[in-house]
Design a binder for this molecule. Structure first.
Ligand code: AP5
Ligand code: MG
Length: 220
């Protein structure tokens, strides 16, 4: 399955992506994670991306499309992929189309998770991420068993540098302006699946699986 997972910052893309990749055995590819890893390694690209991420701006399309083209060429994507946070602009969606067309591939579905903005601010500001394995927690909605410690690998939990209210508000505005138009772009192709993300983690996942099963059955 070739899937896109989209939705505004803090909607639960990363959280649901972990469940989806385990159920369908497809690699999760998160551009945000790739940029954060590059920043940790101190590469030029990473440091440039970090400056933009810290103020809630998007990384330029040519850079993002370039790293995505390389990543999608890797062997683990041969049997499918789950894109988390890419594409985020119409230009990126068009670049993805041409990459997939070159390899005679196409998208199966675009999962769009929806949650009201006021809840997204609370979700982003309370998020804690494992410094070792990247697992996500929330101080209020999904707390770890031991404070500040990852349930999975016991790594230290940290707050992302872009998880401050001022940056989150800016990211939401950029999302509305540059990324939201992609819902029409994919709806016109019959690929869009809207999911209510304002419910328990497991209920969001259940709805995603049901919708994917329905859309796969439709094709048969
Ligand atoms: P990225 O890392 O993709 O960040 P984002 O899109 O802002 O999304 P988040 O990771 O903040 O949220 P999420 O939807 O994954 O939610 P999560 O599951 O963590 O990108 C970061 C930056 O990189 C961008 O701002 C940009 O600068 C750059 N970038 C990335 N891709 C780019 C691209 N294609 N082009 C250009 N620039 C790009 O959940 C959030 C919290 O809520 C967690 O604490 C979680 O535990 C909790 N939670 C999740 N689900 C629920 C639920 N159902 N109920 C209660 N709590 C929940
Ligand atoms: Mg994420």
């Amino acid at each position: 399955m070739n899937l896109i997972l989209m939705g505004p910052p803090g909607v639960g893309k990363g959280t649901q992506a972990e469940y989806i990749e385990r159920k369908y055995w497809i690699p999760r590819i998160s551009t945000g994670e790739m940029f954060r890893a590059a920043a940790r390694f101190g590469t030029e690209l990473g440091l440039q991306a970090k400056q933009l991420m810290d103020v809630g701006q998007l990384v330029p399309d040519d850079i993002t499309n370039g790293i995505m083209r390389c990543r999608l060429a890797e062997r683990d994507c041969a049997k499918g992929f789950l894109l988390d946070g890419f594409p985020r602009t119409i230009a990126q969606a068009e670049a993805l189309d041409s990459i997939l067309a070159e390899w005679n591939k196409s998208l199966d579905a675009v999962i769009n998770i929806e949650v009201p903005d006021d809840i997204l601010i609370v979700r982003n500001c309370g998020r804690r991420t494992c410094s070792q394995c990247g697992a996500n927690f929330h101080t209020q909605f999904n707390p770890p068993l031991v404070e500040n410690q990852c349930d999975i690998c016991e790594g230290e939990l940290q707050q992302r540098s872009d998880d401050v209210e001022e940056t989150v508000v800016k990211k939401l505005a950029i999302y509305a302006e540059q990324t939201k138009p992609l819902t029409d772009f994919y709806a016109q192709r019959g690929l869009l699946i809207n999911i209510n993300g304002n419910q328990k983690l497991e209920d969001v996942f259940r709805d995603i699986v049901r919708s994917l099963e329905k859309s796969t059955t439709k094709e048969v």
